[in-house]
Write a protein that binds this ligand. Sequence first.
Ligand code: CA
Length: 217
Amino acid sequence: MNRILIVEDEPAILLGLSGQLRREGYEVLTADNGDDGLASALSAKPDLLILDLMLPGISGYEICRTLRAQGQQLPILMLTARGEEADRVLGLDLGADDYVTKPFSLRELLARVRALLRRTQPAGKVQVEDVEIDFNAYAAAKNGVPIDLTRREFHLLRALTAKPNQVLSRDQLLDAVVGEDVYVSNRVIDNHIVALRAKLPDGHLITIRGVGYKWIP
Ligand code: CA
């Protein structure tokens, strides 16, 4: 289920939007001021952020700028006031992906949300130089020659490639393989990463010392 964070200080919009998105099957988190919004965006790791620009506390612009400065890649959909073209341009410059102008139709907003999520969802397949990985079929091949990946390696790789350029902690990566074993220690993740690295082109699976790993496409 995709997790969406809405940061909006107008109660009617916040309520209407969160209700509608929940009915559409999304997990919805909300914040009604900039400070809580930024904290939640950083801690709850939403898949998408719907962000009003004018907020009590730090502004939507500042949230955008901060998230991007920290390397957060989640799609950001701005809510802007009618006719404020300068606002939109600034927001897009600061790293927002798209915008809707208030008052917006829920249908239009939902279409934007779906489009943004599609753009960032992991495809069923990932191509890494001359290696193709098909997560649905649990198959990988280099120049057409099959590569032997374990099921757990597929799951780890899917978790990493789903969040390119973001650091995932060992705990987050453990979540990706939970359910397969009664108990897996963090060290197991390290071992799988070593094994994966040996099977994939160099330079994509990066260790961030003391934090975890990240995938560079
Ligand atoms: Ca506002």
